[in-house]
Design a protein around this ligand. Structure first.
Ligand code: AMP
Ligand code: ZN
Length: 492
């Protein structure tokens, strides 16, 4: 029995998958306009741990994650620039190049953190049709209206809008004044589709048609917008009007459209960081309710922030560290994974390099301990007791800190044989994902000799020789990875 904390309702609940032993889950993926940082890594290590716990409990998991490569604006209030277009301008590249570069960098980092890739990774730009169809349903069901810069969702039409965040829309109105767009009917209304502004040059834009019944559109106003902006056209259609627009989807619609496409109208789990609760996920819920007349998600799970000096690590505050920083300082990425596991996913982590160094020390001693165990001895019934305890911890809303201390307690237990310790440690590692098995692998002396020779060649800038040696190492079944202070070797 797995218990998870559901943000919707703010309580722990028993997980009961909709389809027998299959758990269908969706995770909000990264916006690929810059390097991912430690905050993002925490979000995905959390998702990975969740998947591992489900699989440890013999569930099958179907996991979908999106890549946001269009439509995420610099402000959550649907104003400001598209982050991708802004980044492309800054770096003098195309938006597509930006997306490709940072997506690859993101997945490289995920691999280093031993985060398993989602079964389906879907890009927003490849699902424009599905998003437009969902927006059309929302219009048809009477939840949308048009203003000069886009098609918006009328949040006042939903009785329980905002329930995920537990806020009262009246209170929010007061707080949202600063960014309130006067044309919107309610401060919490959000863009379903944005029109390219009249003088704007966008790299990513699409032409789409949306149909409105006469009572769903203020023809006078929309005709005036069309006169002002060549990217908007309004035509008479069979049972009303057709709006032909050049533009791009709002950020929230991609997750609604893609999760439903790949997981069905109702699925089990949706994840993201806590910053997504008040806007992004609140609006996803609203969209599904409006388009499908039902709730799509059973469990909403949110990880807490990584902080730096008690402020959220974020690109906008410029207080972030990337995988490149971790490697440049000579840390093993899995030490970061260890650090994340020492805290519960719903508590904040204030990141310092000292805390990472401490985690690295602990992780190193853990590996040394595992390496020193002899594969000998009996396997008795105490193993079962430990497994039971372990399951109890991880199934209680992923209590990884307790599960980790159980691992240490177990390794120090004199009543267990080495064999039992090894069996248990490797079994627990199916959830921790710390590659503890690798600690048992001895790298042969001749491979280390080749690696040392290669390091020397690199220092002497003899790249040809370094490449030859890498190839030789590969031929012998090992992979060498450069770190800023040397190298690491793995069994390939
Ligand atoms: P974004 O690319 O901003 O949409 O973020 C991708 C994921 O990382 C989302 O689930 C965010 O909630 C999460 N995230 C972003 N910053 C942090 C942070 N400082 N700590 C934890 N999670 C974060
Ligand atoms: Zn999302």
């Amino acid at each position: 029995m797995i218990i998870l904390f559901n943000t919707l309702g703010r309580q722990k609940q028993k997980l009961k998958p909709l389809k027998d032993r299959l758990v269908r889950m969706y995770s909000c993926g990264p916006t690929v306009y810059d390097y991912a940082h430690l905050g993002h890594f925490r979000a995905y290590v959390f998702v990975d741990t969740l998947k591992r716990v489900l699989k440890y409990n013999k569930y099958k998991v179907k996991h979908v994650m999106n890549i946001t490569d269009v439509g995420h604006l610099t402000s959550d209030a649907d104003t400001g620039e598209d982050k991708m277009e802004k980044s492309a301008r800054r770096e003098g590249k195309t938006v597509w190049e930006i997306a490709e570069f940072y997506t690859k960098d993101f997945f490289d980092a995920m691999e280093k953190l031993n985060v398993e890739k989602a079964d389906i990774v879907c890009k927003a730009t490849e699902h424009i049709k599905e998003m437009a169809e969902m927006v059309q349903k929302i219009i048809d069901n009477g939840y949308a209206y048009v203003i000069s810069d886009g098609i918006y969702f009328d949040t006042s039409k939903l009785k329980d809008y905002g329930k995920l965040a537990g806020f009262n829309p009246e209170e929010l109105k007061a707080g949202a004044r600063v960014e309130f767009n006067e044309e919107k009917k309610n401060p919490t209304d959000f863009a379903l589709w944005k029109f390219t502004a009249k003088d704007q040059k966008r790299q990513m834009e699409w032409e789409n048609e949306f149909f409105f019944k006469p009572e769903q559109i203020d023809l006078g106003k929309v005709t005036a917008y069309a006169r002002e902006n060549p990217n908007i056209r309004v035509e008479k259609a069979k049972r009303g009007f057709k709006l032909v627009v050049k533009g791009f989807p709002g950020w929230h619609i991609e997750c609604s459209a893609m999760s439903i496409k790949y997981l069905g109208k109702v699925f089990d789990i949706h994840t993201g960081g806590v910053d997504h609760i008040p806007v992004h996920h609140t609006n996803e819920i609203a969209q599904s309710q409006a388009a499908l007349k039902k709730e799509s998600v059973k469990f909403w799970l949110h990880n807490e922030f990584v902080l730096v000096n008690n402020q959220k690590m974020s690109k906008s505050l410029q207080n972030f560290y990337t995988m490149h920083d971790i490697l440049a300082r000579g840390f093993d990425p899995l030490s970061l994974r260890y650090l994340f596991l020492t805290a519960h996913y719903r508590s904040k982590i204030n990141f310092t390099w000292e805390s990472l160094a401490a985690a690295e020390n602990a992780y190193k001693s853990l590996k040394e301990k595992i390496a020193s165990l002899k594969n000998k001895g009996k396997v008795g019934k105490k193993v079962k007791e430990y497994k039971k305890k372990f399951l109890e911890y991880i199934n209680d809303d992923l209590n990884t800190p307790q599960a980790l201390s159980l691992l240490w307690q177990m390794l120090k237990d004199d009543e267990l044989s080495d064999k039992e310790k090894l069996v248990l440690a490797l079994d627990f590692d199916r959830v921790f994902g710390l590659r503890l098995k690798d600690a048992r692998k001895k790298i042969p002396k001749e491979i280390i000799k080749l690696a040392e020779e290669r390091l020397k060649a690199r220092k002497e800038k003899d790249w040809k020789r370094a490449d030859e040696l890498r190839e030789e190492i590969r031929r012998r079944g090992y992979k060498i990875e450069d770190t800023e202070d040397g190298y690491r070797i793995f069994k390939a």
